[in-house]
Design a protein around this ligand. Structure first.
Ligand code: SF4
Length: 219
């Protein structure tokens, strides 16, 4: 990939602006509304997996209006948690997860979310994507959370050539200057939700056609 990454980001942003699609993700909304509270970002990220952003935002609001911190959520009745988050995909498993995670935070971390990847990865149900989201949206630390959008778009454009999200994260870290890491997830996810869709990407609206490997192959 010879095109500078700043150029790619700039073309994505201009595409979104031109098409009136500059919309914050659920995690960006949560970061703004909750002043980047790492605990709420952690729980919000666990809940957001395989769920539409609008639903995630709505459910997170209801959950935190009832249980405000790790202590309250760790002591909550599982049935009450399930009831509050039932609109979310896999809500049974996620209810158990967020209660467990809250309990560990209270017992082991004095209710403070750790700000390093290694500790975050020890929590049940917390993989690299979730941990990196907490670093980016909760602690404003440079990290690249790679979800399906980041993985798909990076490969389509040709920034990386990988099979698994974990490989994409490693290759993106090698390719992208660290000062850009913190914004990758937000831009790529918005772009993936609105332009570079999983099926039938809207290439006719996209400003990256001249540099996109996928577009070059298919047109
Ligand atoms: Fe843009 Fe299409 Fe390439 Fe996606 S696949 S980045 S929509 S040109």
């Amino acid at each position: 990939m010879t095109v500078r990454f700043s150029k790619i980001i700039s073309l994505m942003q201009s595409t979104l602006r031109k098409n009136n699609l500059v919309r914050p993700t659920a995690l960006k909304n949560l970061q703004t509304q909750e002043d980047g509270d790492p605990y709420k970002i952690l729980i919000g990220t666990i809940l957001s997996a395989r769920t539409r952003d609008e639903t995630t935002t709505q459910v997170i609001k209801m959950l935190f209006s009832e249980f405000k911190n790790p202590d309250e959520l760790s002591r909550a009745d599982l049935k009450d948690i399930k009831k509050l988050i039932q609109k979310i995909g896999f809500y049974n498993v996620k209810a158990t997860r967020i209660k467990e995670v809250s309990k560990i935070l209270v017992e082991k971390y004095n209710s403070k979310v750790p700000s390093n990847l290694e500790d975050l990865l020890t929590f049940p149900g917390v993989g690299r994507k979730t941990a990196n989201c907490v670093l980016v949206y909760g602690f404003r630390k440079p990290a690249i959370p790679v979800d399906i959008h980041v993985h798909r778009i990076s490969n389509r454009i040709g920034i990386v050539n990988t099979k698994k999200p974990e490989e994409t994260e490693i290759d993106l870290q090698k390719t992208i200057d660290m000062r850009y890491w913190i914004g990758v997830n937000e831009t790529f996810v918005t772009f993936g939700q609105n332009i570079c869709l999983p099926i039938k990407p809207k290439c006719n609206l996209c400003h990256l056609t001249k540099i996109c490997k996928y577009y070059g192959k298919n047109n």
